[in-house]
Structures are given as C-alpha cells and as structure tokens.
Design a protein around this ligand. Structure first.
Ligand SMILES: N[C@@H](CCC(=O)N[C@@H](CS)C(=O)NCC(=O)O)C(=O)O
Length: 219
C-alpha cells in the first residue's frame, strides 16, 4: 500500500480526458518514482468534507499521511523537491525551474484557459465568439515567447524539469486547435516530453480510470 493519495475524477467526457490536472501530479510522481493511489470522485457529486482538502472542490489533491496539499503547481513543486528527477540540486538551477513553473501557470495558462473556455463552453455564444480573435492573439503571443526561448533547446533549461512538466500540460489544453502544431519547434517539444515513459504511464493511468468507470450512456 502506498501512502500517497491523489484525487481524480472517476470519469469526464472525452473532450477533457487526458487533460484533467491530476495528470500533472501523476506525471510528477512517476518521474520521481513515488507510488500513489487514487481518491476517485464524481465530477458533480463531491463527497461531504472534500472542501476541507480542496477549498474550491477541485481536483487534484495530494495526501501523504497528515500532509494535505491542493493546487497542482504546489503539489508538483512538493514532489519535485523530493527528487532530482524534476529539480536539480544546484540552487540557481532550482530557482530557474521555479521561474518556469510560475511562467507555465501564471503567464501561459490564463490566456490558454480563456481560449479553451470560449471554444468548449461558449461556442454558441456570439458575444464570446467575438472575443475569440483577441484570445487567439493572446495565446499566440505566449506560444511565440516559449518557442523563441526554446530555439534549438530540447527543454526550457538544460535538462527536463518540473517547469517542462507544467508547461507541457498547459500546452496540451490547446489540442483542439492548431496553435501548437503550427509552430514545429513547439510541437516537437511537446512530443519530446510526452514521449517520456513517466508521462505515458501517468496518461495511461488517468485514461484507464475513465475507461473503467465510463457510464453506459458514453458507450
Ligand atoms: N488551479 C487549480 C485548478 C484545478 C482545476 O481547475 N481542476 C479542475 C479539473 S482540471 C476541476 O476540478 N474543476 C471543477 C471545478 O472547478 O469545480 C490547480 O491547478 O489545481
């Protein structure tokens, strides 16, 4: 029995499968070689008391004995601090990784999620669609920044880190568009990171949970 528990949804519709943020935590745990169990929840029917673990009722949470964490970035940071697989030992390199972790979640994710909301939730809303062009431009600006930084590099810094892990999970939210694939260096970067065995294991675990718990109506 592993001590670590990660909350995740039992099932979500296909458009969200492979994107739910427990994937970040599963991936980090796989990179660090730390076993975990899932605490499975229904998207619309969270258990009584879950907000004591996650004040907003979201996934993921991370439980390790008495320690309970929420916010995927904070959880990935906590895991990274336990393993040089995600964070180098050198203090300056660690600080650089933190910059990229914040950049992924604080600078790239907000415009990406704004566009995702427009496309997936408000596609029938004319007012929302009028904002789409501006939202796409905002995303393109961020993607160009990441691509220009990457240049010829394989990773954001001189090796794979928790910064890449978070950045790639953010870029994956754009899979319903051609915004990433139309920048070959960025597409190659995402594919390089997704090819890591730890990512493949994490994704397979999330997808297996959805397959095991698919409602009859989804068949
Ligand atoms: N900033 C939070 C966001 C968590 C989040 O948005 N989780 C989604 C699934 S990916 C969720 O549970 N949404 C349901 C809700 O917001 O009620 C994190 O990174 O952990």
């Amino acid at each position: 029995m592993s001590a670590i528990k990660v909350s995740a949804y039992r099932w979500v519709p296909p458009f969200a499968q492979g994107l739910v943020r427990d994937l970040r935590v599963r991936w980090a745990l796989e990179e660090a070689g730390l076993p975990y169990e899932q605490r499975l929840l229904d998207f619309r029917d969270k258990p009584e008391g879950y907000r004591k673990l996650q004040p907003f009722g979201q996934v993921p949470t991370f439980e390790d004995g008495a320690l309970v964490l929420f916010e995927s970035g904070a959880i990935v940071q906590h895991i990274a601090e336990r393993s040089t697989a995600l964070l180098a030992a050198d203090p300056s390199a660690r600080a650089r990784t933190m910059s990229w972790m914040f950049a992924a979640l604080n600078t790239v994710e907000p415009p990406v999620m704004f566009l995702v909301q427009i496309d997936l939730k408000f596609a029938d809303d004319a007012a929302a669609m009028r904002m789409r062009e501006g939202a796409v431009d905002a995303v393109k600006g961020r993607l160009e920044g990441v691509a220009a930084w990457l240049g010829e590099r394989d990773y954001l810094e001189d090796r794979f880190t928790a910064g890449d892990l978070l950045m790639v999970t953010v870029l994956r939210f754009l899979r319903h568009t051609d915004l990433v694939v139309s920048i070959p260096a960025l597409a190659a970067y995402v594919s390089r990171c997704e090819a890591r065995p730890a990512f493949q294991k994490a994704l397979a675990a999330q997808m297996a949970t959805f397959a095991d718990n698919a409602p009859a109506s989804a068949a």
